[in-house]
Write a new protein. Sequence first.
Length: 270
Amino acid sequence: MTPLGEYLRARRARVTPAEAGLPGGSRRRVPGLRREEVALLAGVSADYYVRLEQGRERNPSVQVLDALADVLRLGDDARTHLLQLAGAVPRPRRTGTRERVDPQLRMLMDAWDAQPAIVLGRAYDVLAANALGDALFRVGTNLLVTVFCDPAARTFHHDWERAAHTVTAGFRQLHGAAPDDPRVRAVLNDVLARSPEFARLWARHDVRGKTAEPKILVHPQVGELALRAESFDVRSAPGQQLVVYHAEPGSPTAQGLALLGTLAATRARA
């Protein structure tokens, strides 16, 4: 089975007949939709869809892929992932060289003394951070490895299950954009070997990029921080993301960030 076929099969299993407007019944032997039902709803023949899942049809049109995305109820990120797997969207060119952060971007980040900011690489490596960002995530760590392989992550993330789902879905998006990238593959294989929980979530084939939804982090020095995050693609370095966290002005979180900044500055002077 090709990655495209594997993805179609996984997502088909997650759509209920009721969601697709079909009768359910008590004698269904498969979770989600049958292949024939997906084909019918997408307007293609059952034989054609079977060939797609089995990897015997490798060049579906964009129109067919869009129809399948609708049937499988894929969001924008998941739809783009489907197109990438089918080769309908060009993947960014990867050099395989060590990732570096533009010095001008570092200067910009350092000017934000009230907002934690980090730069993530193509495999969720923390490549750079301002003082507050480093105090939260530490340069040189990897978000996926930390969430699943560092015991401290269970208390650092107030809702660890949600964080685990989010980082897995985000890494699936990165993997879809660069499945042959050596660093992406190394991180994936490492965490698959070390975390059965990650393997279970990885098999779901959920895809979603970073969003501005709120998250609560529990820092060992300043306590709970209710943060929102904004993510931006770094145009000078395709594959890198600038992530800026912010809090409600005057809130306890804003006060906690100010204290964290003071503590980070004290350590730097020492």
